[in-house]
Design a protein. Structure first.
Length: 161
């Protein structure tokens, strides 16, 4: 009987030989891929969450700029109607300059409220922007508010005193 047959009959392995089961338990190939899968899920969730909120905040900053431009343009008007028209035209131009991020169709320019103050005539310029869910493109990231309201107050002072 050969030596190999003797080892098989006894159930032992010759020295230096490892059973397939033991070899499988000690094999570390592919462990990096599994570790990457665990880490990548968290990493991509954080990355896309940052991108989603980044788009939201960029839109808010762009809308703030548009309202400020509307207020600056409104100061040039001689009457309340002319101020409103100037403000709306300036807001439209500013929003359209941010065309890929903002859409003019989603902007609602609210009628300015004008009042007399001690410093002159003050006007509240405000817009509502309906995001339409554009900035929440991941189901597990909480959605920002659907409507963003941005407003500012400008005072038109009489330079004559």
């Amino acid at each position: 009987m050969s030596r190999r047959m003797q080892w098989k009959l006894r159930g032992a392995r010759p020295k230096g030989r490892v059973s397939p089961r033991a070899r499988l338990l000690r094999d570390e190939r592919g462990s990096v891929a599994i570790e990457f899968a665990f880490i990548a899920a968290v990493f991509f969730a954080i990355l896309f969450g940052i991108m989603s909120y980044g788009f939201h905040f960029a839109a808010r900053i762009a809308l703030s700029y548009a309202v400020a431009e509307g207020g600056r343009a409104a100061v040039m008007g001689l009457g309340d109607d002319q101020r409103r028209d100037y403000a709306e035209a300036a807001i439209r131009e500013a929003v359209e300059s941010y065309s890929p991020l903002l859409r003019w169709e989603n902007v609602n320019v609210l009628d300015p409220v004008w009042r007399d103050t001690g410093a002159g005539r003050a006007g509240d310029i405000a817009i509502d922007y309906d995001t339409g869910g554009r900035f929440s493109f991941l189901p597990f990231v909480p959605a920002p508010p659907e409507t963003i309201r941005v407003s500012t107050t400008f005072v038109v002072a009489d330079p004559g005193g």
